[in-house]
Design a protein around this ligand. Sequence first.
Ligand code: DX5
Ligand code: ZN
Length: 217
Amino acid sequence: DRRIKIAPSILSADFADFGREIRAIEDQGADWVHVDVMDGHFVPNLTFGPPAVAAFRKHVKTVMDVHLMIAPVDPYIDAYAKAGADILTAHIEAGPHIHRTLQAIRGAGMKAGVALNPGTPADAVEHLLDLTDLVCVMTVNPGFGGQKYIDMTAKVRRLRAMIGDRPVHIEIDGGMDPTTAPLMAAAGADVLVAGSAVFKGGSVAAPEVYGANIRAI
Ligand code: DX5
Ligand code: ZN
C-alpha cells in the first residue's frame, strides 16, 4: 500500500488526556498513531513504557506504530507485544544485534521496523530488508518534538531503490509540515510522522485544528 499515510505522533498531545487526543486524530483521518517511547538513555528525554502503551491500545482503532528510542531493546519486545503494538521499530544504533532484534519482533507477532538516525547511511539496512516491514528515516536527531527538519532526500531515494519490489514502508520522522512532507513523499516515502504540525497549540484536543493540519500535510 504505497498511498501516503499520516501518522500523528502523540508526543505532542496532551499527556493528561491521551484517550481524547487519539480519538480526535483518528476522527480527523489519521492513518496510524505513532507512539514515541524514550528511555532517557538512548535519547535525552523520557516518555512512557509498556503499561501506558497498553492503555493507548484501548483507544487506537487504526494502527499503533511504536517507535522505540531505547537501549537495549530485546528485553522489552514481549512487553510491547502484550501491550498491543502493531508495528515495533528499533533503532539500528541501539545495539550490536539489530538483525536478531528484528527477528525477535516478528517472532513476537508484530511488524518489524528499523530506524536510522540522521548520521546513519541507507546502506546500513542493506542486509535487513527481508527482515523488516518499515524503515524509519529520522529527519531530526531523536528525542524531542518540534525540531528543525534535516534534509534526507538522498537517503530516501537510495532506500526506495534498494527496497525495490519488497513490501517495505519508508517512514519519515521529524519536522514534517506542509512544506517538507511533499519533498519526502516525492523522494519515495509513504508514511509521514507529524507531531507538532498536527497538534498545533499543543495541549487541547481541537478536532477542527487536527483536521486542517492533517489535510495540509
Ligand atoms: C522525535 C520523535 C518524533 C517526534 C516528531 O524523537 O521520534 O516522532 O514526535 O515531532 P515533530 O513532528 O514535531 O518533529
Ligand atoms: Zn517517532
